[in-house]
Design a protein. Structure first.
Length: 391
């Protein structure tokens, strides 16, 4: 079968909706476990959505123990990616450094570090001077402390998507691009088929890994997935006259300003602009640079005057508590979901693929993701799980 051409196959054991890093990881893990008839359908090209433009951070520094566990498991998988599934994803353990400017932020991260260390993550609280030693751009006089873990770092999302899918194809997974899902047939409360603009596919199992488009996919099956698309932007300085030092992925916890080396002699700069309205727009603009520079003048003054030569915009898939949705729909048998990662999808993708595989095959996952069910946002269905370490 030629990818992206001709009618879709008529039957699949599992249809994975979404060809980003989450869908690719799910497909690989299922195929590796012996599920041979897996079909991935992608409305655009693989990795063209959120996975094409994330910042590539990988970390286990979180406040929610579930996120710590998913991050730590994934870090192990990222470091072993050249052996399994077999691709170089450019893992660079630069560390992550969260800048803390208030007593409340310090107390929050002290509690988070205790959770992290209990789960084997070597996070620690460092003083302002140590933070400035780790990242010379930082003004230590503006800080009380910082949270640091040397095991965190960065990787290359496009390579990860392709690495997973190449291995998945070798195991028999089919991938269809330019193939939008137009309907999900539910009969007697169970999935029976997926309709696409290239044809109908009979199946008893669907995994929604459609990122920012997941609410619409869920609605096709009558499943509520509270995922909102939100534009996030990043700018690049281009090569600087003096190459930047090797620095951790550095974030200001209170403002969400962040920056890191771009691997080409410059810096990548970002900021989660609170004025951004929800929507699917992905055009790059520069209005966020004003609040970015205002924060930079306090935390990292040398960044405030740097020219942003170019940049890009991508979509976050945001849930009300900034935590993922992972599980099986209670109201529709055969409908599974892994979405709503709110900026954490790439870094958690290896562990999430493993967890979804185990849930679908009736195995016990390495960690209980029951609290991440979408039902937590319904009356009597659980409770939200706020995450403090967000960008």
């Amino acid at each position: 079968m030629v990818e992206g051409s001709g009618p879709a196959e008529a039957v699949a054991e599992v249809v994975v909706v979404g060809g980003g890093v989450i869908g690719a990881s799910v497909a690989f893990h299922l195929a590796e476990a012996g599920v041979r008839d897996v079909l991935v359908v992608e409305r655009d090209e693989v990795g063209a959505g959120s996975s094409g433009k994330p910042i590539g951070g990988i970390r286990a520094q979180f406040s929610d123990p579930l996120n710590v566990a998913l991050g730590q498991r994934s870090l192990e998988a990222w470091r072993a990616f050249t052996e399994r599934p077999g691709a170089d994803v450019g893992v660079d353990s630069t560390g992550y450094l969260f800048l803390l400017g208030s007593e409340e932020e310090v107390a929050l991260c002290e509690r988070a570090v205790a959770v992290q260390r209990a789960l084997g993550v070597p996070g620690r609280i460092v003083g302002a001077r140590e933070a400035a030693r780790l990242c010379p751009y930082v003004d230590p006089g503006s800080l009380l402390a910082a949270a640091y873990s040397p095991d965190d770092g960065q990787a290359l999302p496009p390579r990860a998507v392709q690495g997973y899918l190449r291995a998945a194809r070798r195991l028999g997974v089919r991938v269809r691009t330019r193939c939008a899902v137009t309907g999900i047939e539910v009969v007697d409360g169970a999935v029976r088929a997926v309709r696409t603009d290239a044809g109908r596919v009979r199946t008893d199992a669907v995994v929604c890994a459609a990122g920012a488009w997941s609410a619409g996919v869920g609605a096709l099956a009558g499943v509520a997935l509270p995922v909102t698309p939100l534009r996030r932007q990043i700018g690049f300085t281009g090569p600087l006259p003096i190459a930047p030092p090797r620095i951790p992925f550095t974030l200001d916890l209170g403002s969400t300003l962040y920056f890191h080396g771009d691997g080409a002699g410059g810096l990548a700069l970002g900021f989660s602009d609170p004025r951004q309205e929800p929507g699917f727009g992905r055009e790059f603009s520069r209005e966020w640079l004003e609040p970015f520079r205002a924060v930079a003048r306090r935390r990292a003054p040398a960044l405030a005057s740097l020219e942003v030569r170019h940049g890009w915009a991508g979509l976050y898939e945001v849930t009300p508590d900034h935590n993922a949705l992972i599980g099986r729909a209670a109201e529709v048998a055969g409908f599974w979901y892994a979405t709503g990662f709110s900026g954490h999808g790439f870094l958690q993708a290896p562990a999430v693929g493993e967890v979804v595989r185990d849930l679908m095959l009736g195995r016990r996952p390495f960690t209980d993701v029951g609290p991440l069910s979408a039902a937590r946002f319904t009356a009597g269905g659980g409770a939200p799980r706020p995450e403090a370490h967000i960008i």
